[in-house]
Write a new protein. Sequence first.
Length: 168
Amino acid sequence: MLGLMQGRVLRPRHGPALTVRPLRHGDTKTVLAVFERMSDQSRRARFHGPKPTLSSRELAQLAIVDERHYVLVAYVHGDSTPVAIARLACNGDAAEIAFAVADEYQQLGIGSALTAELAADARAAGIREIIAHVSSDNPVAIALVRHLSRALHISRSGSELAIRAAIA
Ligand SMILES: CC(C)(COP(=O)(O)OP(=O)(O)OC[C@H]1O[C@@H](n2cnc3c(N)ncnc32)[C@H](O)[C@@H]1OP(=O)(O)O)[C@@H](O)C(=O)NCCC(=O)NCCS
């Protein structure tokens, strides 16, 4: 569904230039490399609960790339290990987004740049709405999703927010 592209360069607002490429199907090594750079707190925020390790089944699921699943991975120059990953799971013309940045590279604009790029790819592929599930105590993730669109619909279930961003 979403076409493959070559690596491209993004320039986050405060941080180093990023080289971004799509994940190849089955590349669990890259998924694990980002996970290993995340603190317990970031892992909890990303997976909505404690997640000290990823099972091989979870890793395989996170590394699925097909007509419904699309993943971008980001690198900074001089660091051979990926620094961020963002994933879309499409369902019709809507797609659920999930994203993470290695702790040592957070607060540099990398998350914003990577998710904006993913949203642009989604829009180009005909996706009209991006849905993010984030905890209400995760203001950075909420701010990041807010950047995707001015047209937001937010619903709450307990401490979790479902944010729907119209991107068409
Ligand atoms: C969420 C996450 C990806 C953000 O990545 P990041 O690279 O640190 O984010 P950015 O530097 O692009 O900042 C995002 C925005 O949050 C804003 N922000 C930072 N701290 C904030 C705070 N305490 N309150 C509100 N907004 C805040 C930033 O100012 C920025 O907005 P701006 O571009 O208008 O300045 C990163 O914190 C992360 O990996 N968290 C763990 C995983 C997670 O929570 N995933 C979300 C659920 S899938």
